[in-house]
Design a protein around this ligand. Sequence first.
Ligand SMILES: [Zn+2]
Length: 287
Amino acid sequence: MSVVALDVGGTLMKGAVVAPDGTSTAAEQRPTLRQPDTVEGILAFAADLVAAAGTPDAVGLAVPGIVDEQNGIARYSTNLGWRDLPLRAIATERLGLPVALVHDVRAGALAEAEFGAAQGMQDFLFLPIGTGIAGTAVIGGRPYRGADGMAGEIGHSPVPVGDEPCACGQRGCLETYASAAALVRRYGTPGVTAADVITSTDPKARAVVADAICALSYALTTYTMLLDPAVIVIGGGLAEAGDTLMEPLRAELAARIAWRMPPRVVKAALGATAGRLGAAISAWRLG
Ligand SMILES: [Zn+2]
């Protein structure tokens, strides 16, 4: 049963036709169109992939922001500028196929559970660290959505590192110290990337990275105490730093947690394809 899968990001859409073993064909990227053309861009891309697939069984769409998966409604996205958009109904009508609408981070978690770093795990945290930080708590094998689809916003939990203002309106959020954007902003040298900051030997860069590790270790300790994950899967752009980031994070988490074993902390296995694969998994599960 092949499906069409599309991961819609703030700047890029990643699409493919995906087979049940997770292999992709017709993989393609297109820029995400600005409003008012965003939805048309998504639908046109999906329609082209449906044509490439021949007779796909379903379509999976992963989108950012706040997503009501039950009702197929893209509730809100700052980046894409939509609000209460009945995207599943619109796409079903246009494409003539069953459509699954899924939150992009939850899609990534589904993919890591099925094909990636959390295979066989019933309880884990999938935590992509990029421009921002938002995670998915997988509890008992299911991505936890919360009462209003807003679960997983651990990036906006406060950490005792400082009280720098966050774009969300609060102060001292994890995201203000540990996101890729925060590393760049706090280091403050133009043209320097988050990866540069992580590998730099400059004392100012070391201090910025130390704050990030400290902030993450606090947030992950809280998560561990509340939900007892088997593994914490770090994804997103910052995970590409690999053990340069993971080793000190594991050490600081282990040092902070006194009376139990800390969960394993690993790098996500699927990288930038996780959202698309998760969209495919959501589409298969319609059948
Ligand atoms: Zn915040």
